[in-house]
Design a protein around this ligand. Structure first.
Ligand code: ADP
Ligand code: MG
Ligand code: MG
Length: 878
């Protein structure tokens, strides 16, 4: 443990985030950069860790705190506990990673029945002093003594005589009365007196911040953001400055650029005559920073200059807290600002174009998940025309979302678990609602501004969100919202558009996003750094077109059977399946063949010049069969066979464990005529396209191969058909999706032209977890931390990854330069993509909508690999 437990702000700097937390390091850096920061000190995360383990302050901490307090007294000329000229402090948490609104802060600490008089005399404002005391008792009661915060709010609310008046309307006497009632409440609820000794207050507040590290909100947030529980939080103790000293005082939040759109303008909100948490709580509606330019022009210009300076200093967009005390500006926090995907892209591109950062840094600033956000759907324009607009709020986080209205976060979680899409509707959200926001498709609140809790959190998660829809009347208890004479009850659909702030009744259609010039620029740069190819899993000509628009460099997986459900083809497919003789089957196949030929032809044309990997028939056959009796009768009639015969055939095809049953190449081996038909369709289409000037590059892929013999059997059929069609310039390869195939990769590679990892099945077969039933226990495993990720979303690099590595090594030992790709869900998951890049794959393939995500992830992987092998240092990237 490092010996020094307490650092004055002037003793720290931005590099000390581990020890001082993000907030402490930022305060130190700003102090040393000459920004107007009230003096203070930071207690290290090491002290918190010690407290978490032992329940006690480390030896010497309290003495160091007292000593540092002296320094603040010296700088401010106020004395802690001094009845005439009291020093007040804030006690603020601040971990390594910023956890907005997740931990608690106590303001105005140091007030008691004596010092409050000193504050009144010193400031010449009785009302202000009474208000500060009232706030302190409330925060201390809630955070340190654990009294339910709503009780305090109820008392305050009553004393205002209902909604009519604002906090600022209460007189000094009324505020003193509120404080008296608060203290009575504390006595009743906490079973102890509100402490009068400022040193007691400080000691308990520091301990409470330490404890909040393991509070539910903080733990939930860390879980979602995959932040370690072991880091601990620092505690910042800082001289108070007051935004609630009348109309030349204010408090606010500012971003050096617009965090929603990325536009390069100072952006934010402030409240006149208010203290910090008022803005975030969203109980009063703040003014925009643009208004500040008119109302307080001098302070505005100063703030703008500081924002610029900090942005250049940190070379990234800053999110700042400030307070104006009687016309004087103070900076209370700066951190790298959270932003929407759209803003991340625009800011990165504009900063690179301005020469503030390098292009590679710009690419690394755009998380693959930001690209994902950018691709969020918007409302279809015609949907908007017919839509019933309920009301409008603030556009807090873009993207359109539709779902059943739910008014309670726990209920949102339950309904989402049961497979419903829900929109979480709240009067305002608090950190306690976090789990509900995670579960919801979108969030709607009646109160709060663009920097309210709901807005900040939703933006971070990429959840569409509308806040401050002030016309809404929400009854959370009964689950009804009413607005403009209409009401929506729990379970009815609503739609929110987080880009415009509109709220609609009903379930509206959404459409693909319109991708900006900034998006195109950054993706272009990403492609320059990227080494691995990115293909798409596309089953239809339409999917292929979408994939190509998103930048796919070919198709890595075309599941032929997905074409079977269109139109009346399914009948022919069913005939093929239930056929009992080879003649019957050939007759049915002859009906299916023209469809396949036509589809392949159209896909080849969409992918002119790019490879198209087509997988032969893979799924268990009963997936295509009718299940209900009337359907079976109908099919029997169409086929001209007795119902009983068909029913018996269907029964015969039923398997106990279809995922491990009669599927994959086992089908093509049992019924070679199916593979023949598919190969014939592929090469006929390919030949026809080539004859018409299309550059066709078919790659035929055999699924679920276990033995080299299986592969050879199927590959022979494919090659025979290609020769018969007079087509060359194609590949025949195999999927690697069972462990045995990975282990025998050297033998399989003797005849295979390429490998493609089917990581969904490979995960299923390697872990022995059925893909279809994993939902039964995987969530529990995640909760218990038995698994860190769902292995069907994030590749299990440690286990399944070994099989991938083995197959790559052995395959290429036989055939150096063997082409290898991946076509499971993991092909679009950023951390898995990074693994595939490290393992030396040639391409990843994923669903069309994830192609841009995979392109960005691949660029990050390449850039990080460069760094790891001694390339440039890109600085701090979090
Ligand atoms: P959070 O991490 O939740 O933002 P903060 O510690 O930043 O918590 O503080 C909560 C609010 O109190 C913020 O609005 C902040 O600006 C304000 N605040 C904190 N310390 C002071 C201080 N010394 N003087 C005035 N306001 C403060
Ligand atoms: Mg803050
Ligand atoms: Mg498979």
């Amino acid at each position: 443990m490092s010996n020094k437990l307490v650092y004055l702000f002037r003793e720290g700097d931005a590099s000390m985030r581990d020890l001082l937390g993000g907030k402490g390091a930022g305060l130190a850096e700003m102090t040393n950069a000459g920004a107007p920061v009230p003096p203070g000190f930071t207690i290290t995360t090491e002290a918190c860790k010690h407290f978490a383990q032992t329940g006690e302050f480390p030896r010497g901490l309290w003495e160091d705190v007292l000593c540092s307090l002296k320094d603040i007294e010296g700088q401010t000329g106020h004395g802690f506990g001094d009845a005439v000229n009291p020093l007040l402090v804030s006690v603020r948490s601040g971990a390594r990673f910023s956890m907005p609104g997740m931990m608690d802060t106590v303001l105005n600490l140091g007030l008691n029945d004596q010092t409050v008089r000193g504050l009144a005399t010193g400031s010449g404002d009785e009302r202000f002093a009474a208000d500060a005391y009232r706030r302190f008792i409330q925060l201390f009661g809630k955070i340190v003594l654990g009294v339910d915060g709503r009780n305090f709010e109820d008392i305050l609310h009553e004393s205002k005589g209902g909604e009519a008046r604002q906090d600022t309307d209460l007189s000094a006497d009324e505020l003193r009365e509120v404080s008296r009632r608060y203290r009575k409440l504390i006595r009743a609820e906490a079973g102890r007196e509100f402490p009068q000794d400022p040193h007691d207050q400080l000691r308990s507040a520091i301990a409470a911040v330490f404890r909040s590290w393991n509070g539910r909100r903080a733990v939930d947030y860390r879980r979602l953001n995959k932040i370690s529980d072991d880091l601990g939080t620092a505690v910042n103790v800082q001289a108070m400055v007051f935004g609630n000293m009348g109309n030349t005082s204010a408090t606010g939040v500012a971003f050096s650029r617009n965090p929603s759109t990325g536009e390069d303008v100072l952006y934010g909100e402030y409240l006149v005559n208010a203290q910090g948490e008022d803005v975030v709580a969203g109980t009063r509606t703040p003014r925009t920073i643009a208004e500040m330019a008119r109302e307080m022009p001098e302070v505005y210009h100063q703030l703008e200059a500081i924002a610029r300076q900090l942005e250049r200093h940190y070379t990234d967009m800053q999110d700042m807290e400030f307070t104006i005390e009687r016309g004087r500006l103070y900076m209370l926090q700066t951190r790298t600002g959270k932003r929407t995907g759209a803003a991340a892209v625009r800011i990165a591109v504009e900063m690179a174009n301005d020469g503030l950062i390098e292009r590679r840094t710009a690419v690394l600033r755009v998380e693959p998940s930001a690209i994902e956000q950018l691709l969020h759907p918007t409302l279809a324009p015609d949907a908007r025309l017919r839509a019933q607009l309920l009301t409008r709020g603030l556009p807090a986080s873009p993207g359109a979302a539709t779902g059943e209205a739910v008014f309670d976060p726990d209920e949102a979680v339950e309904m989402a678990r049961a497979g419903h899409q829900v929109i979480l509707v709240r009067r305002e959200t608090a950190p306690e609602d976090f789990h509900g926001m995670v579960a919801a498709e979108g969030v709607l609140t009646a109160r709060g501004g663009m920097t309210s809790h709901a807005a900040v959190v939703a933006r971070g998660m990429g959840r569409p969100c509308v806040v401050g829809a002030g016309e809404l009347r929400i009854d959370e208890a009964t689950g009804i919202l009413s607005v403009n004479g209409r009401s929506i009850t729990k379970g009815q659909f609503i739609t929110v558009d987080g880009a415009t702030g509109e709220v609609f009744a009903g379930r509206l259609a959404t459409q693909e996003p319109d991708l900006s010039e900034y998006y195109r620029a950054v993706m272009g740069w990403a492609d320059e750094f990227r080494k691995v190819g990115v293909r798409a899993n596309a089953d239809t000509p339409h999917d292929a077109a979408v994939a190509r628009r998103f930048g796919a460099e070919g198709i890595g997986l075309c599941r032929t059977e997905h074409m079977f459900f269109e139109g009346d083809r399914i009948d022919a497919v069913r005939e093929m399946i239930v056929a009992e003789t080879i003649e019957e089957r050939r007759a049915a196949l002859a009906k299916v063949e023209p469809y396949q030929r036509d589809d392949f032809g159209r896909i080849f044309r969409e992918m002119d010049g790019l490879p198209v990997t087509i997988r032969t028939l893979d799924p268990p056959l009963h997936e295509f069969l009718p299940k209900e009796e009337p359907e079976v009768r109908d099919l029997a009639k169409k086929m001209g066979i007795p119902f009983e015969r068909l029913q018996a055939r269907i029964a015969a095809l039923t398997e106990t464990n279809p995922m491990l049953g009669f599927r994959g190449c086992r089908l093509g081996i049992a019924y070679p005529e199916i593979t023949e038909m598919q190969a014939r369709a592929i090469f006929a289409a390919a030949k026809d396209c080539r004859d018409n000037g299309v550059d066709v590059r078919p790659e035929v892929m055999i699924p679920l191969v276990n033995t080299p013999q299986e592969f050879r059997h199927q590959a022979e059929i494919v090659r025979r058909e290609a020769a018969a069609a007079g087509f060359d310039g194609y590949l025949v390869g195999t999927m690697i999706e069972v462990p045995r195939a990975a282990l025998l990769a050297d033998q399989i590679a003797e005849t295979a032209d390429f490998f493609s990892f089917g990581t969904n099945d490979l995960t299923q077969t390697a872990m022995g977890i059925s893909r279809d039933d994993s939902a039964r226990f995987v969530p529990l495993y995640l909760e218990e931390k038995i698994l860190l990720n769902d292995p069907f979303q994030v590749l299990d690099q440690e286990g399944v990854g070994q099989l991938v590595k083995i197959a790559v090594e052995r395959g290429r030992a036989t055939k150096p330069g063997l082409k290898i790709g991946v076509c499971g869900e993991h092909g679009g998951e950023p951390s898995s993509v990074e693994f595939f890049v490290r393992t030396g794959l040639d391409y990843v393939s994923c669903s069309p909508y994830r192609v841009p995500v995979a392109r960005m992830a691949a660029a990050h992987a390449a850039l990080k690999k460069m760094t790891a092998t001694g390339g440039n240092d890109f600085g701090q990237l979090t």
